[in-house]
Design a protein around this ligand. Sequence first.
Ligand code: ATP
Ligand code: MN
Length: 479
Amino acid sequence: MINTRVRIKELFQKDFVGKSVTVMGWVRTFRNNQFIALNDGSTNTNLQVVLELNKYDDLLLKRITTSAAIKVEGLVVESLGKGQKIEIKTNSIEIFGDSDAEKYPLQPKKHSLEFLRENAHLRFRTSTFGSVFRIRHSLAFAIHQFFYEKGFVHIHTPIITASDAEGAGEMFKVTALPFDKTPRCEDGSVNFKEDFFGRATNLTVSGQLEGELAATALGEIYTFGPTFRAENSNTARHLAEFWMIEPEMAFCDLEDNMNLAEEFIKYIIKHAIDFNREDLDFLATRLADEEKALPQDKRSEMGLIEKLEFVLNNSFERITYSEAIEILKESNYNKKKKFNYPITGFGMDLQSEHERYLVEKHFKKPVILRDYPKEIKAFYMRQNDDGKTVAAMDILAPGIGEIVGGSQREERLENLETRMKEMNIPEKELWWYLDTRKFGTVPHAGFGLGFERMVQFVTGMTNIRDVIAFPRTPKNAEF
Ligand code: ATP
Ligand code: MN
């Protein structure tokens, strides 16, 4: 057994002064042949390890380099130095693994996020990514806790799916057919009958349809799983593989849905503020530093923590899509032709620049848009009485844009079937979905929250590639 270590986080939290302990971790820096800054991943703060002068031979000292993995035994003492309460006076040092300073890609200095993306296998070892991934973990836990407290059932929906009718995005095909000698039908098309599942399959873009099946029996459910979109969007908020949380509730309308989504987002933020303060403080400083390089008008008006507290303490603005179009049409931005996509009126799809205008310039807080034109939304959304709109809602967050997309679902069989015909969605592929409307149908609603966008919002990271360990984006699947 080797694991006799105390985690560094625990050392800082409890009173260990006067006790001998063993710590294990990776060297961040070593200066004056005397001071090691040691990190073991449990906290952002490095532990200062103090070596008695002349106690260790040169050969060992030379091996204490950035990222070397070491074991230290020593006495916890109060620190006289600035910046830390305690430090360790070493008794012994053992090296688990050397790290050749000449070859180790990360130097003990600031690296650009782009550079670290190319070294995603090592970026966990930086302070920034340590904080991001501890927060990401913590938020995932908070999400399960939120639904657990509310009595929702966690459902694992399939990752491989045969339904391609949902229309949420381009899909990745899943096949076991050989690329050469692909079996063909008489008309020349691929014969998927010979494929593994006996039909064409894809990676899921959403667990919603299956989630509805579960919700119309279990009452309230949620999914939390990976989703895939083969869309070629090279933006700072799109991934080809991302994680989505999708609650689905029976006996719920659009308003219940919006209420839950707002409460949910606030719960997650509060959890981060309560339990990840140290990492948040670090990232807040990082963000402020990063923004210093920007022109004044591009900088955030609030610091990261201030922003989170602001969102927590204010209700989200709720307006209809039509009201949003009016606001945008009347805006100076539009009149001065500052939008790349001009505001043409009801029916247009809102671009990210429009969403960001509403949130960042006009309301300066999260906005829930509801009642979108049915033409730009999915077939399953509940048709409003006006005949033009559906009971959809999107939540837009400052700096991110859309963070939640949801709706009340069309529970009336006839309406659903009519809409599916209008949109050329084959009923026979979704027979199982329609069954829920035939047997005990019920008003129900749900939404999808993009987990990475939520993590972006909480951590202040501006690129979505920096909040998932190994991002999958067009032309990029290294690691
Ligand atoms: P967008 O307009 O931003 O592309 P969308 O309308 O395609 O989003 P939905 O299909 O409603 O999004 O998905 C639900 C949620 O999943 C979104 O609100 C967003 O938080 C997240 N999301 C969607 N696409 C992506 C993506 N490619 N990468 C990361 N998160 C995503
Ligand atoms: Mn999209």
